[in-house]
Ligand binder design. Structure first.
Ligand code: SF4
Ligand code: SF4
Length: 207
């Protein structure tokens, strides 16, 4: 079975679990999955984002619809999304979680986060949300230690650029000194979309 199919099955199972917890009123359990995602990222990179995150799954489905009907969304340059902005969002998110617990507000922060990602992605490309998601920002730091990650073999890559176009998080760049591509692993979702389209099997997931 291809990695792409395995990923789809994993996403269906996790989104099913997410809605199950939501309807049971136990969605706060998902915080444990966030923590687990950080631990797993220390070895396997951001697999949580690409394989388990309910936002990632819903955004993938949303992007599929946009592609199918040839709808376009605004692209925001990564350079405009400053690290300081990402940190402010994390602090705001943590403050919200603490306030809900401390003062007993009837707010579901996890659901607000999921809803925000969907609404934002009506207008902006999927990658925008991946770049500002508070949990994704934490993972972009923890993955510095990842043992396994996606990589492109410079020897095999022909520089066709198909992977760059396929990447949902705009995380593949052209090397300045050659036509080959490289992956920015701290933003990579380990979705295998690049591997699927590469005609010369230059993309690998290894240590
Ligand atoms: S680099 Fe490849 S695996 Fe990583 S997000 Fe982009 S397409 Fe997915
Ligand atoms: S699709 Fe493969 S050959 Fe083409 S640029 Fe990407 S890694 Fe290189």
């Amino acid at each position: 079975m291809s990695n792409s199919k395995k990923r789809t099955i994993s996403q269906i199972l996790f989104i099913g679990l997410f809605f199950f917890l939501l309807f049971r009123g136990n969605l706060q359990i998902w915080v444990a999955f966030w923590a687990l995602g950080i631990v797993v990222s220390l070895i396997f990179d951001r697999v949580y984002c690409g394989w388990a995150c309910p936002m990632g799954t819903l955004l993938r489905f949303q992007s599929w619809i946009y592609d199918k009907f040839n709808l376009t969304r605004e692209k925001v340059s990564s350079r405009l999304i400053l690290n300081s902005f990402r940190v402010i969002l994390i602090l705001g998110f943590l403050a919200g979680m603490i306030a809900v617990r401390r003062f007993g507000y009837q707010l579901n922060i996890i659901l607000i986060l999921v809803g925000s990602s969907i609404v934002m992605s009506f207008f902006l490309e999927e990658s925008c949300w991946h770049k500002i998601c508070p949990h994704g920002t934490v993972l972009s730091i923890s993955t510095k230690f990842s043992k396994y990650r996606m990589s492109i073999s410079e020897d095999d890559c022909t520089g066709c650029g198909l992977c760059e176009n396929a990447c949902p998080n705009n995380t593949i760049n052209k090397l300045v000194e050659s036509k080959t591509r490289e992956i920015d692993n701290k933003e990579c979702l380990v979705c295998f979309d690049c591997q699927k389209v590469c005609p010369v099997e230059a993309v690998n997931y290894n240590n």
